[in-house]
Ligand binder design. Structure first.
Ligand SMILES: C[S@@+](CC[C@H](N)C(=O)[O-])C[C@H]1O[C@@H](n2cnc3c(N)ncnc32)[C@H](O)[C@@H]1O
Length: 426
């Protein structure tokens, strides 16, 4: 296992946050993706929001790009698929697809979000679950740190039942049970990271004062019905039977495409600390992953790892790099760009038509880093042409306009735009 390049403390010092960039430059087009695809009514419609996944695409981003650039027969590819939204949307428009992600959760979410409507009677299944004596214990030394002791036997039986069931039952229950399991933990669900807070403590105290076992089953039942309703709505969109190739739990930096694909649509890990594995480890332990598995996955996350340097053909990259004085920030800057540019450059060799890369602008200390522009310059040097950069306003975050960063004491602006860079081969 390789050592991460930087520590958590260094990451806090990194003070990366997102910022606004001008949307008026040549080759850019302002857009509000969420309002751009009339057939997708909301960002969480159907099964586009069955589970909270950090930095998830809204479905309209993918739908819009597909409608603009995909041609019949094309295969769509996302090497950092996260929730698997590219797959869930591709089916609606009838495209084959391939999804990769380090996080094994991607396959669970994708398979549930694209499942057939269950033919099972929900209440019968839940009754069997209640009566089951199967027990599953996660291989997790911090189990009782994250779950109050009284809840653990109930969770062990619920997961014991799920793990003993055929696929159809698992698909119906896993996502709802993941949500309820997280609720019955010390985690604060309002925060993406696994995080204990005063609010989480108040939640547990309130649960313990009441009939928490009854609450557990009511919540689970409600979540199962919500999922079934989402699947009905998804099937009303007439998703096609397409070829889907899903590879979760893999390291994109060391994986090769074994065939040509038409279009890559992806959003790479963000420059700021996101820690997808750490954010979702509670779920991963209950799904059966061990501490060793989780350590391996965490050690592969971009940008927390050492990577082979590659030539980066961008003046902007070198200009911004020259402005960074602190060695640890430089190490992270290098790790990030060599990781994402290295894998995009290698994967692009097997992409026949379009690269569509969605990124949030970021800054190091107070200096904005135009990630999309750096990627654009690099690929233009390699012979790709710039079609357009769509500049999307992030409606839900506009309210957090200016805050003081506790790490730097500096006032900072939160992300207000995200950019979809579209490049075409020649
Ligand atoms: C911005 S998120 C992608 C979100 C996705 N577009 C969605 O709709 O949910 C970036 C993803 O990169 C993944 N990732 C980080 N390092 C990786 C690696 N070395 N190999 C593969 N995936 C990686 C993370 O697990 C995360 O899901």
């Amino acid at each position: 296992m390789q050592e991460p390049v930087v520590s958590d403390t260094q990451l806090k010092l990194w003070n990366i946050d997102t910022c606004q960039t001008e949307a008026s430059e040549e080759g850019t087009q302002p857009i509000l993706f969420r309002n751009s695809v009339p057939e997708i009514s909301s960002t969480t419609a159907a099964t586009f929001g069955i589970y909270r996944y950090p930095a998830k695409f809204i479905p309209q981003v993918i739908a819009y790009v597909i409608k603009q650039y995909a041609t019949p027969g094309m295969t769509l590819f996302d090497p950092f698929a996260g929730y698997g939204t590219v797959g869930v949307v591709s089916r609606v428009y009838g495209y084959d697809y391939e999804l990769w992600d380090l996080n094994p959760l991607m396959k669970v979410i994708h398979d549930t979000a694209t499942a057939e409507i269950p033919r099972l009677d929900v209440d019968t299944v839940l009754r069997q679950m209640r009566d089951s004596t199967e027990v599953f214990t996660p291989r997790w030394s911090h189990l009782d740190y994250w779950h109050p002791a009284p809840f653990i036997p109930l969770l062990q039986r619920a997961w014991g039942f799920v793990h003993s069931q055929p696929e159809e039952v698992k698909t119906l229950l896993i996502i709802p049970l993941m949500k309820v399991t997280r609720f019955f933990s010390h985690d604060d669900e309002k925060v993406h990271k696994l995080y204990r807070s005063r609010r989480a403590r108040a939640k547990i105290e309130a649960l313990l004062q009441d009939d928490w076992e009854a609450t557990f089953w009511v919540m689970l039942r409600r979540e199962v019905f919500k999922l079934v309703a989402g699947l009905h709505e998804y099937h009303q969109m007439s998703p096609h039977r397409v070829n889907a190739h899903i590879r979760a739990g893999i390291d994109t930096l060391h994986t090769c495409l074994d065939r040509e694909v038409g279009m890559m649509i992806t959003s790479p890990p963000y420059l700021q600390a996101q820690e997808y594995i750490r954010s979702t480890k509670l779920e991963l332990f209950w799904l059966g992953y061990s501490e060793e598995d989780i350590r391996w996955l965490s050690s592969r996350e971009i940008p927390y790892r050492r990577v082979e340097p590659i030539p980066i053909y961008s003046e902007l990259f070198h200009k911004h790099r020259a402005m960074i004085e602190e060695p640890h920030l430089l190490a992270l800057f290098d790790a990030y760009f060599h990781a994402i540019m290295g894998c995009f450059t290698r994967l692009a060799e097997r992409i026949t038509d379009y690269l569509c890369i969605f990124v949030g602008p970021a800054k190091v200390r107070t200096v904005p880093i135009p990630i999309d522009e750096i990627i654009r310059e690099h690929f233009q040097h390699l012979g790709w042409s710039h079609v357009v950069t769509y500049v999307d306003q992030i409606v839900s975050r506009v309210m957090f306009r200016s805050q003081v960063n506790p790490a730097s004491g500096l006032e900072e602006s939160r992300m207000k735009t995200e950019h979809m860079l579209v490049l075409r081969r020649y």
